[in-house]
Design a protein around this ligand. Sequence first.
Ligand code: NDP
Length: 264
Amino acid sequence: MSDITEDAANVPYLDRFRLTGRHVLVTGGARGIGLATCEALAQAGALVVLTDRDADAAEAAAKGLAEKGLSVTSDVLEVTDAAAVQALADRHPDVDTLVNNAGIARSNIPAETMSDDEWSSVIDINLNGLFWCCRSFGARMLERGSGSIVNVGSMSGYIVNRPQEQAQYNASKAAVHQLTKSLAAEWAPRGVRVNAVAPTYIETEMNSYVYEDENLMRHWIGGTPQSRMGRTDEVASVILFLASDAASLMTGSIVLADGGYTCW
Ligand code: NDP
């Protein structure tokens, strides 16, 4: 065993979850899963940059976490703008942990009538934007010889949701999973881990309309062995694990956090 490997093996287990002194950047962090992730990683000791496409929303969200005593600052990022992503990476050269969370869903759109824009807008944010971020921030991690990227995929990358039609969303998340594995394989020899979390339905703005729709509730909750939707903090916990050295042997993993949905 090398000295470095031996040192890592001797770190107490709970300490492996700590992110003390790590520089984290989260996309789409102003609310929902992204916001919970910023809180979780900052609680673990990281210095977090919370980004979102709305600068004011990002600033307000970061302020709320800073008021809880956490080390969180904000910056603006529209992930579809590759030049803006590169400029952000240049402004934050120390980022060693990236969480690609920004994403949108557009549902109830039958494939045969889906417009170009309905297709492209989802692919542009969920897949292209995520790749621009991996590329710009990953390059610096590779130069440094270490880093950890966590992508937010979805169980929709494995299953087809029902009853709502959302072929473009499902395809975007399956692509995120395969991109995660591809980057993991390319970058593992140079010290950068790339993993993804694949959540079930989570209680966020994205799904706020479900509570008024009995049919949706029947399919979503009725199709879940745990008989409930997930909470944002439950996804953030998985992201914390994957980001941390506790997951040092994991790269290219897509971790389902789905209340058992994909068992049936
Ligand atoms: P929310 O809609 O609650 O929050 C998403 C945040 O990302 C918003 O602040 C949004 O800003 C921002 N955002 C959207 N587009 C962009 C962009 N182009 N550039 C930068 N920021 C952007 O989403 P969730 O927390 O529910 O979802 C977060 C991630 O989790 C997504 O990738 C989603 O696909 C994934 N996911 C969610 C599930 C769920 O059930 N909620 C289940 C599985 C996966 P704005 O307010 O301007 O739109």
